[in-house]
Design a protein around this ligand. Sequence first.
Ligand SMILES: Cc1cc2nc3c(=O)[nH]c(=O)nc-3n(C[C@H](O)[C@H](O)[C@H](O)COP(=O)(O)OP(=O)(O)OC[C@H]3O[C@@H](n4cnc5c(N)ncnc54)[C@H](O)[C@@H]3O)c2cc1C
Ligand SMILES: NC(=O)c1ccc[n+]([C@@H]2O[C@H](COP(=O)([O-])OP(=O)(O)OC[C@H]3O[C@@H](n4cnc5c(N)ncnc54)[C@H](OP(=O)(O)O)[C@@H]3O)[C@@H](O)[C@H]2O)c1
Length: 535
Amino acid sequence: MNQITPPPKIEIIPSSAPFSEAQRSWLNGFFAGLLSEGATPLSAEQGTAIMQGPAGDADDGEAPWHDQTMPIADRMKLAEGRPLRRRMMAAMAQQDCGQCGYNCHDYSEAIASKAEGRLNLCVPGGKETARMLRALHEELERAPAATPGGAATASAAPAAAPIVELGRSRDNPALATFVSRRLLNKSGSEKETWHIDFDLAGSGLDYAVGDSFGIFARNELGHVDQIIALLGASHTTKVRGRTLREVLTDEVSLAPAPDSLFELISFITGGAQREKARALAQGDDPDGDAATLDVMAALQKFSGVRPHPEAFVEALEPLQPRLYSISSSHNATPGKLSLTVDCVRYVVGKRKRLGLASTFLAERIQPDDEVKVYVQKAHGFGLPQDSKVPIIMIGPGTGVAPFRAFLLERRATGATGRNWLFFGHQRSSCDFFYSDELNAMKTAGLLTRLSLAWSRDGDKKFYVQDRMRELGRELWSWLAEGAHVYVCGDAKRMAKDVERALVDIVAQHGARSTDEAVIFVGELKRKGRYQQDVY
Ligand SMILES: Cc1cc2nc3c(=O)[nH]c(=O)nc-3n(C[C@H](O)[C@H](O)[C@H](O)COP(=O)(O)OP(=O)(O)OC[C@H]3O[C@@H](n4cnc5c(N)ncnc54)[C@H](O)[C@@H]3O)c2cc1C
Ligand SMILES: NC(=O)c1ccc[n+]([C@@H]2O[C@H](COP(=O)([O-])OP(=O)(O)OC[C@H]3O[C@@H](n4cnc5c(N)ncnc54)[C@H](OP(=O)(O)O)[C@@H]3O)[C@@H](O)[C@H]2O)c1
């Protein structure tokens, strides 16, 4: 068994460069990855210039707020005093989920350089992020233009939109045909998770394992009609050259009521109603119900206020696509694509609320229907190039999706590397997705190890990371032999807990201090040996 030794301490940034210890350590790690052994250390000036970036912003390049579990107020505090583009980044949800078409860093850079004008693309950040970005954007608009030679300036002309191939970006979707759905949970489950199949033949699209699939879902017609009734309008009313019903079905979001809707309501009402609408438009919560106000609830709250359909549609946010990890392999089944989708349904007061895309896939779209889609290329989430490298996949719940794809791909391409899957869910009797397939892969030897964790089978919660800890010695030996580690699923809790477990395993079985184990896991990430696809 090969032992992994702790990475050598590389000093590229000189101690005289004007950085804090943490900044210097981060930079040393960063450049150690870029430079080969024996690299010439940078001068203090070189280090400073790199950190300040092309615009000459006094910015240290670190992103201490890049933590998806941190509340926005804390992220903005950490970014205080930084250049606008960095504060814009701190306003993002820090998931690097790609739903906006960028990662968090690149989306903020695009807004700051005025190449991107849309401030409402951060789906996980929701209204809080959009609100903060609007405020920062106003600051950008007020900022004086930079001197010639500077990069992003307030008066810079928007860059021309790049031409993207059909179906390769949210800005140029293709059409895919829905084939079928099948429920993955058995009776007794508290979950509703669907295996969804699409046919890509008509779209000409292909994909690699690790990629995600963007879906432009449609709102539910019954919900749309209730909103039209609340407006006192007819569904055939013409708006934007289409019927109001069509526009409300596939152009605008009917989920969280945007500030602009409350603003519109405040313009067309008076007295206490007007004050409330104004407060809501400013992000206040006069009645303690702001978080529950979707578009319909907002109209009901201000009942009797009937905005004109044109103004109403203008005040709503455009409908955003949703991303899903692809759970099939194009090499195994060319022209076919599948997803593994957890259905979002919940109740607020007496009204059932539906997650837009998950319920669209679970019940509204019908076989042979076409839907607008795109393939979102994975950035840093994919199988190792060397097919002999062992992989450890940690994917509870729908997090199993890309790993089913990895396994199908490795089988289709005859990859010889060993495969270890950690899967977990609530109950073994009803939540073991793809159990037949996975057990067959295990029997066939493709799946070397299948380790399961059921959180609600016993008296105490038992999660994938508990199973990892139990099998820590063996896990460490796979790591020491060069295994790549992959994590997919919940971003807010699971991903962090799994990483903590990995650090503990490295410390315990790799005979390192916790600090050394943290560095070790950081190195794995930097080398692309620890990859995450979390949402
Ligand atoms: C890269 C990536 C890959 C992904 N892969 C997958 C995947 O493989 N499978 C999968 O199922 N999902 C996946 N997702 C998540 C997916 O994109 C959607 O976010 C998810 O399906 C919900 O979308 P929706 O349109 O159905 O719900 P939405 O209309 O977006 O509603 C969800 C929102 O409803 C609210 N909400 C939900 N539950 C409650 C509650 N109990 N009480 C109050 N409010 C609540 C929350 O505000 C939540 O954000 C992935 C996301 C990303 C970014
Ligand atoms: N924000 C939330 O409160 C919330 C809640 C549920 C789901 N989600 C989201 O819903 C989507 C789909 O969820 P899903 O169907 O894939 O499954 P999931 O709800 O994420 O659950 C999958 C399994 O993970 C367990 N789990 C819960 N917390 C964990 C933790 N800290 N570490 C490891 N495992 C943990 C669950 O156990 P238990 O459920 O028994 O604890 C369950 O057994 C994801 O996007 C997820 O982020 C969010």
